[in-house]
Design a protein around this ligand. Sequence first.
Ligand code: 6GU
Length: 283
Amino acid sequence: MRIDVISIFPEYLAALDLSLIGKARRDGLLQLQVHDLRGWTTDRHRTVDDTPTGGGAGMVMKPEPWAQALADVAGAADGLPGGAAADGARRPVLIVPSPAGEVFTQATAYELAGEEHLVFACGRYEGIDERVLEWAAEQYTVRPMSLGDYVLNGGEVAVLAMVEAVGRLVPGVVGNPESLVEESHSDGLLEYPVYTKPALWRDRAVPEVLLSGNHAAIARWRRDEQLRRTARRRPDLLERLDPAVLDKGDRAVLAALGWSVGVDGLRPGPGAGLGAGNEAVAE
Ligand code: 6GU
């Protein structure tokens, strides 16, 4: 997979040299390049911003440096001018980090991991002139993306998160692909709690079932913990769960937590989140 990141703070992205993503780059699994947007300015001051048309606070990123950068980066992918549209090649995906974007989820990460070429355009200030996104749609699939309902100063930190979430799903990047199967959000539930040695630590014992060697019992306990934890911390995820994925044991745990399972989905009952075995679980 090829990934280009365009930013006025390329040093922010230095962390992409580290750990799993850094190794994937060195191994050639990810062709990741970070570019300084100011390299596409033409004035002496290398200006990338201007005042907002219509008035208001802050500054807006000028369109022309972005257009030059995005045209170069799209074309460089296969060595042809405007080469992204070459025969058979998929359009590159332009991801624009913004609190005004659609929410980036694990499902988005899986979608993007199947692409050939991702370009991340890091905005700063109040954002990028909207016409850049319209213009870029001629060459790119454009996807404004948000990490969640809070505001960062610019897209760089969001890009670190998205590149890591996508990159680790590219085949070969994570050494043991099984570790991708049993993790939070892969099945719509939060991950179960994990423990290591010693079995007794500062008067706290690990749950006994985990020492039993009974793999079926361990799997059941872990699944129950996933359901309990998700009900407690993220009831919104349970409400979106497809009831078809629930077995008899799941339904029993959910009933004990005060949830009802109907054909149309899961609903918290009057007791859910309060009593019914869901209370006083300190974390
Ligand atoms: Cl992707 N960008 C910015 N600037 N702020 C954010 C965000 C992205 N996601 C949440 N807040």
